[in-house]
Ligand binder design. Sequence first.
Ligand SMILES: Cc1ncc(COP(=O)(O)O)c(C=O)c1O
Length: 368
Amino acid sequence: MIPMLDLKAQYAALKPELDAAVLGVLASAQYVLGDEVAAFEREFAAYCGAAHGIAVNSGTSALHLALLAAGVGPGDEVVTVPFTFVATVSAICYIGARPVFVDVEPAGLTMDPARLEAAITPRTKAILPVHLYGQTADMAPIMEIAGRHGIPVVEDACQAHGAEYRGRRAGGIGVSGCFSFYPGKNLGACGEGGMIVASDERQAKTMRMLRDWGQSQRYHHEVKGFNYRMDGIQGAILRVKLRHLDAWTEARRAHAGRYMRALAGSSRARPPAELVGRRHVYHVYAVRTPERDRLRRSLEEAGIQTGLHYPVPVHLQRAHADLGHRAGDFPVSEAAAREMLSLPIFPEMTAQQIAAVVGAMHEDAHVG
Ligand SMILES: Cc1ncc(COP(=O)(O)O)c(C=O)c1O
């Protein structure tokens, strides 16, 4: 059995450090926010090359607050992509704003800058590209177009901890960047967690208030806020894990290299492209194959877990039918939803496990 990820192996490797971190918080009784969370905010913001970090209770909350702080309100439009996890779009809807979709480009499956300008209207208040699978969107043309229109760019970096675009870290390029620390992420909590990293001090201050009931000081509520605070235990755990993130990323990249070399000859399962100027952190290792569902079944029979990220693009989800889209509106996203298959990748994986996955793919007559 080869799983998609192995969180028990990660815990086993870090047990003494993680146990001590958790016990430290239990003893301090700083269960919500507190010193460990504040230290993690400083450390993770610095890691991303951003001035401020605002820790919250999920990536979805991070997106919600980042859009509010960027000035998005009810009835405004936010331009994003349909080929993403639904949370990207839900955060826009939380505000009562309207998601406006731009299709992705075929190579990286991130926002197609060539289609962006046509989606901008006088109501556009933010642009929300998604750094899918651990590779950033093509940020230079996106920032250029946004700058020309005076529209802030909020990065959905929930899958891209440590990814780089032309030497700059994901999350530190736009006005703010949103991260998820859901357990399976490259940097994962032992529960839910998220963070916004931001360059603008005023926006950072607003988000700090918004996550904590809009308080400037206890029981003095400046704005209508939320209970989006990070737990102390998660902050302490994430500080420990952040120290291992670069080594984990290197391991993921080495695994991706092995997959890439082994799949180079396959005409039926195309490995992901690492695009020029980008450092992919391989949160997801997704190959493209026209026989996706059949290949998935044969890998499952060989004891190999796979995933689908994502089988239905957001514009075709029933939950968002009110937006009035139909099949054919975003053909690149729709083709990706049919053809992308995620293979196991996690730092603790062995070269033998990679060889076993590739072996099972080659045994599948349609792929080899
Ligand atoms: C692209 C993307 N955006 C947003 C989210 C939401 O993060 P969370 O699950 O922490 O709320 C995720 C995580 O699953 C994600 O992958």
